[in-house]
Design a protein around this ligand. Structure first.
Ligand code: ADP
Ligand code: MG
Ligand code: MG
Length: 898
């Protein structure tokens, strides 16, 4: 097997097509090299070698030899030799998986610096300070990545070797009164390196190796091992990246951004990742190595004046500082974007006036930006419609609909601090200072904001648990910003005026001190931070033209209809605004709970005979008629599926003593009698009890009343020249006999109302399919029903035998142990519950080709479930109003992957 892929001087063994084997970074380094872009030469050791190493704890036989011969090629191009005393080549050893896992994996820079090679490099570069700066970086990274992490040492919080070395450096900086690392003198740096080595020896018990080949091979091994590092595993779990993929290792000639003021390093996006604007957006630092920008150790400078902000206006841009290099970079970014046909996230380093590209990958972006980029790239003819549709993850639309801070309330609030706007929308939360606290507080149901000087990959779990993230340091491409943007999470970074003490758990600025648990509000779109809470406000989607255009395209592509679940005219209107094509589920039980109505309902339940029952329920008629009138009117001419009363009867009964005595009084029965009645109605398993159409069968008056209300409202609307389309839905049917029984009542009532009003109208009668038996006998039911609507919540509950209300007790363990892959109430279980849906559809359509089939239930707004429903041939899905755009996009994407 070929294990090593060379790249350099315009030629490369691999290409962008080899991501599985070379990882994203390696494949793109090869591709850039082929494109003639200046990339330092090097080679990639394939992911196959990683798998081999994981299995056998050893390398393939010839690997060492192959590395040695390929290294010679690199040496030739660079006119330097690895380990050479006079003219040493230095290497970077970089990880790179198939899918980018920003900052999760390890990199070691400046490999090859030893006591023997240091003088040679000083001689060659004429810059002693640079060499010792590179050396202290190598020692730090090597100790951290190789000697500690790869060795499996798990230090206590604050006790890691990196933190210890950083502390030593802080002391040295204070002593020398320097602010930045690059200002340290040669002597300080030399002493620092010495102190580092002593600390490493005493902490880890081993010497920092002074042999270039040992440094190289131990770094390679450490990178492979970093695939199974704790934080890498936790990231893959969150992002659903398979653990067996493995990483590649890239060994590459070093170029130096830290060799003085004509040197620099930076990162850039070919378009603005927060707004989508088509402008190169980036950050750079003079006299630094790449990690400085990403780690957020110094807040970097803007690349051009387009993206400078209040914080950075006083700092010089790359465009002003090195105009020629900037132009070259601008040309390369343009070439890369046209080549990859997508926004790129690039790393570059400038060594003595010469530009080198070190990485390109598809850039992460937030929801706003992804929609804008998709539409603009389509309009630029860079991509076609299908590609544009696939560029936006349905879930990202959620961000566009994210609440923002109420602008009026925000104006009146006092600014606490200001940083960079790194993640969309607004959020309030209680502040915590460590990721573990964030996770713990979140678990107890608290809404938290994680406050850190900067975040590192070790914080990922805490960031995930937080509503929002606030950092004092770092720029728009810092770790915190990158991760937050990927998740569409509200985030403010680089709030330079904040003093954060994780130890004392305090956050202060200008004399105001906040403590753990205090409330803070962030505006992630402007970077403003406020004390206390500020109300949130919905956004105006109509103003977002890119979103509207994307939805139009999705509408043209998709086959699946998208309806909404709505119980009130107001919800119906919201859903219409989002583009709903009808109501797939209108629950009527919510309409019973206001004080006047519930007392009529209670009378009905308590009533001893049919007559009294009818009298009681008829009190509800005018209310229900008004409800249905409003909803049918709002939706006309779109259909409205109205489900007849569904919940267990006892939910309507009073529970508290004084409520009971009041009711007894009102109904002229004794408290004792009422209590007995309540006791009789008690059910051990209400979810499997007296509910659904079972109610309508025991109490046909309820069905009669509801049908009358629906049809009278319909007749009224027809008289007003509207075109209402009610679909009456019978819930929880297990046998066709139940359905027939109810349908007869409904049809009779329709005839009665038609006669009484002299108006004719259209309506359908159908059923929910939400029990396994209904799926199995769908052919019988479909002979009678005009539509099916799969109630996948109850169907999941009854197929698994998992109580929806009690699953919290064991679901976490089930997910942790991978007994089930996802919560089946969130994403449909295709092989189990799904096969019942398929059976129901097939059996139903065989006997009734006109049968309309939909799904209502949580799954109607879940993209992967939507793909399944599309494949199964359903006519529509129904979901909550805010998920309508998500469902539409997912339905369009389902066509493309079909
Ligand atoms: P990550 O995957 O975390 O981005 P990288 O492998 O890209 O890790 O490396 C981390 C930093 O080191 C980056 O900023 C990168 O630009 C820099 N770097 C990597 N290789 C080299 C090199 N050959 N010369 C100079 N800088 C490098
Ligand atoms: Mg990188
Ligand atoms: Mg149900």
């Amino acid at each position: 097997m070929k294990s090593i892929y060379f790249f350099g001087n315009g030629k490369a063994d691999g290409s962008a097509a080899d991501k599985n084997l070379l990882g994203g970074k390696g494949a793109n380094l090869a591709e850039m090299t082929r494109l003639g872009i200046p990339v330092p030469p090097g080679f990639t050791i394939s992911t196959d070698v990683c798998s081999y190493y994981m299995e056998s704890d050893n390398y393939p036989d010839k690997l060492k030899l192959q590395v040695a011969t390929t290294l010679e090629k690199v040496e030739k191009i660079m006119s330097q030799k690895f380990g050479d005393v006079n003219n040493p080549l230095l290497l970077s050893v970089r990880s790179g998986a198939r899918k980018s896992m920003p900052g999760m994996m390890e990199t070691v820079l400046n490999v090859g610096l030893t006591i023997k090679t240091i003088p040679g490099l000083i001689e060659k570069s004429g810059d002693e300070q640079f060499v010792y700066d590179a050396y202290r970086r190598l020692i730090t990274m090597f100790a951290d990545v190789v000697m500690e992490k790869a060795a499996g040492i798990e230090p206590a919080e604050g006790e890691s070797i990196r933190e210890k070395l950083d502390k030593i450096m802080e002391v040295e900086k204070k002593k020398n009164r320097t602010k930045t690392n690059s200002e340290l003198s040669v002597n300080s740096l030399k002493q620092l390196c010495q102190k580092f080595k002593v600390e490493i020896k005493s902490s880890i018990g081993k010497d920092f190796p002074d042999d270039p080949h040992i440094q190289l091979w131990e770094s390679i091994t450490a990178v492979f091992k970093s695939w199974n590092g704790k934080r890498a595993i936790s990231y893959r779990n969150i992002e659903n990246i398979p653990h067996q993929w493995g990483t590649a290792v890239n060994v590459q000639a070093m170029v130096f951004g830290n060799m003085g003021d004509s040197c620099a390093t930076g990162v850039a996006f070919t378009r603005n990742p927060s707004t989508g604007e088509n402008n190169i957006y980036g950050e750079w630092l003079p006299n630094a190595q790449g990690e400085d920008v990403v780690a957020g150790l110094r807040t970097p400078n803007p690349i051009n004046n387009l993206n400078s902000n209040n914080n950075s206006k006083r700092i010089i841009s790359l465009k002003d500082h090195m105009p020629e290099i900037y132009n070259e970079l601008d040309g390369i970014q343009d070439q890369l974007e046209k080549h990859y046909k997508d926004m790129q996230d690039i790393e570059f380093t400038i060594q003595s006036g010469y530009l080198w590209m070190l990485q390109t990958r598809t850039g992460k972006r937030n929801g706003f930006a992804s929609v804008r980029m998709a539409i603009e790239m389509l309009e630029e003819k860079l991509i076609d419609e299908k590609t544009a549709l696939q560029r936006v993850k349905p879930e990202q639309l959620d961000e566009i609909m994210h609440p923002m801070l109420d602008a009026e309330a925000e104006k009146k609030s006092k600014l606490f601090a200001k940083g960079l706007p790194a993640g969309p929308g607004g959020a309030s939360g209680q502040i915590v200072f460590t990721s573990n606290d964030a996770e713990m507080w979140h678990k107890t149901g608290k809404q938290v904001i994680l406050v850190r000087n900067e975040t590192s990959p070790e914080d990922v779990h805490g960031m995930f648990a937080s509503k929002a993230i606030l950092t004092a340091r770092g720029g728009m491409t810092s770790h915190a910003a990158l991760v937050a943007r990927g998740w569409g999470k509200c985030c403010v970074v680089g709030c330079a005026d904040l003093q954060i003490s994780a130890q004392d758990k305090t956050l202060s600025t200008n004399g105001t001190v906040l403590h753990e648990g205090d409330w803070l509000t962030l505006n992630g779109s402007s970077g403003c931070v406020y004390e206390g809470t500020i109300p949130l406000k919905e956004v105006d989607l109509n103003a977002n033209i890119h979103f509207q255009k994307l939805m139009k395209i999705a509408d043209r592509f998709r086959k699946l209809g998208v309806r909404t679940n709505a119980d009130s005219p107001k919800d119906a209107q919201t859903a219409l605004k989002f583009g709903a094509e009808g109501i797939g589920l209108c629950r009527t039980e919510h309409m019973f709970f206001d004080p006047e109505r519930i007392s009529a309902m209670r009378e009905l339940i308590i009533a001893k005979d049919k007559n009294n029952r009818r009298k009681a329920i008829m009190k509800l008629l005018p209310h229900q008629r008004k409800d249905f009138y409003g909803i049918l009117k709002a939706m006309a001419p779109h259909p409205v599926t109205i489900r007849l009363l569904d919940p267990p009867l006892h939910e309507f009964l009073p529970q508290e003593k004084n409520q009971i005595s009041k009711l007894a009084n009102k109904l002229h029965v004794s408290i004792k009698e009422l209590n007995t009645r309540i006791k009789n109605l008690h059910e051990t398993n209400p979810m499997l009890g007296h509910r659904g159409c079972r109610l309508g069968i025991s109490y046909p008056e309820i069905t009669e009343m509801q049908a009358r209300a629906i049809f009278e409202a319909t007749a009224q609307l027809v008289m007003e020249e509207k075109s209402p389309l009610p679909e009456v839905m019978v819930p929880l049917v297990v046998t066709v006999m139940e359905f027939k029984h109810q349908k007869e009542i409904i049809d009779n009532m329709a005839e009665t109302v038609k006669k009484e009003t002299g108006v004719t109208f259209e309506y359908l009668v159908g059923t929910m399919i939400e029990l396994p038996r209904a799926c199995a006998t769908a052919d019988q039911i479909a002979k009678e029903a005009e539509f099916f609507s799969f109630g996948t919540n109850d169907l999941t509950q009854t197929t698994y035998g998992f109580s929806r209300d009690d699953i919290g007790g064991f679901l976490p363990e089930y997910l942790d142990h991978k007994i089930i892959p996802v919560d089946p109430f969130q994403s449909i279980d295709q092989e189990g519950v799904g096969s019942l849906v398929i059976m129901g559809v097939k059996k139903g359509r065989v006997v009734n080709s006109k049968l309309k089939i939909g799904i209502c239930g949580e799954h109607g707004g879940d993209p992967s479930s939507i793909h399944f429903f599309h494949k199964t041939g359903l006519d529509y899905v129904s979901c909550s109003p805010f998920r309508v755009p998500i469902a539409k996009l997912a339905a369009a994407q389902a066509i493309l992957i079909d």
